[in-house]
Design a protein around this ligand. Structure first.
Ligand code: ZN
Ligand code: ZN
Length: 324
């Protein structure tokens, strides 16, 4: 077969593909000979493009012997897909190509990949508020800044954000209160301004993964990690790299001691973890004296993972536990 010509059936296939998929499909030609097909594939969501969370571009290089020889297929610019799904699609493409040598295959390939994307049309990764993933059946939201949260978590986040704002406002002298900026909802990831109806978000069920999550257990693995982190913390402190420790201000994080933790409380018990005066002041005392020696200071009781991460030294309010 001459290099300059393609099977007549291929021209017909390409014509049909252009008719069906333009403008998502483009064909690059050299001297009038089709060389590469590029197709942007998104999942089937009807007309609702707001619900397309994944996508990729399929690049199909036609060889002169196509369809007697399989075209070269590569995936480009995958979005919202984790490696596991990408390699599954890759395997499926290979299988499809091997099983269809001698057949026009581009349309079927595109449809197969689209079907995979439709099945995987869930944002991958975690909701940064609860640290659980997104499962089929979860109710979640994509913000305008393309960040994803369970509605349930976002609702809680916005409620506590507003509460925090009001508490801070209360502390201001009245003349400053008048000038203060009004409360504004922000994205927990990038702080872009968002607008949600909290009452609607509040009605969403909790993340599915959280329902069958095991209660927190202090495993040997975690203990070992805590020891490593403690050594790292001591190293950071010795080099002056920990802001807040030793200052008069509340610390940015609370130092906990794995040795004191024999009976951890469940990390997922309460949705509202309000700091008590004792734990607040305990946290302060603990961290202030921590500059002397991290291992021998009085520390607040351990309240579960991540609860202490809070700029104001109050456990839980903005940490992982508070969002459950
Ligand atoms: Zn969540
Ligand atoms: Zn964002």
């Amino acid at each position: 077969m001459s290099v300059a010509t393609l099977d007549e059936r291929v021209y017909e296939e390409l014509q049909a593909l252009e008719a069906i998929f333009a403008p998502d499909l483009t064909i690059n030609r050299e001297d009038g000979i089709p060389k590469t097909i590029k197709m942007n594939i998104v999942p089937y969501t009807g007309d609702n493009i707001d619900e397309q969370y994944v996508r990729l571009t399929l690049e199909i290089k036609l060889c002169p012997d196509y369809p007697e020889k399989s075209p070269q297929v590569t995936m480009k610019n995958p979005r919202g897909l984790d490696d596991r799904i990408i390699s599954r699609i890759h395997r499926d493409i290979k299988g499809k190509l091997n099983a269809n040598i001698g057949h026009l295959i581009v349309y079927e390939l595109i449809e197969m990949v689209r079907e995979c994307l439709t099945q995987s049309n869930l944002p991958q990764g975690q909701c940064v508020i609860c640290l659980h993933g997104f499962k089929n059946g979860d109710i979640f939201t994509k913000t305008q800044c393309f960040h994803y949260f369970h509605n349930y978590c976002l609702g809680k986040h916005l409620i506590s954000g507003k509460k925090y704002y009001e508490e801070e406002l209360d502390k201001l002298p009245s003349w400053q209160r008048v000038e203060a900026k009004p409360y504004q909802q922000t994205c927990p990831v990038c702080r872009s301004t968002v607008q949600f109806k909290v009452d609607d978000l509040k009605t969403a069920p909790p993340p599915l993964e959280s329902l069958d999550a095991q209660p927190f257990q202090l495993t040997d693995e975690i203990k070992e990690m805590q020891e490593r982190m403690q050594a790292l913390m001591a190293h950071q402190i010795s080099r002056g790299g920990v802001i807040g420790v030793g200052d008069l201000e509340p610390p940015p994080l609370i130092i906990t001691d794995p040795a004191e933790v024999e009976e951890p409380k469940s990390s997922s018990s309460g949705a509202q973890n309000v700091a008590t005066p004792e734990t607040s002041s305990g946290a302060r005392d603990g961290a202030n004296s921590a500059s002397a020696a991290t291992a021998s200071v009085t520390r607040p009781p351990y309240c579960g993972p991540y609860r202490g991460f809070n700029r104001r030294g109050k456990p839980g309010r903005r940490g992982r536990g508070g969002a459950r």
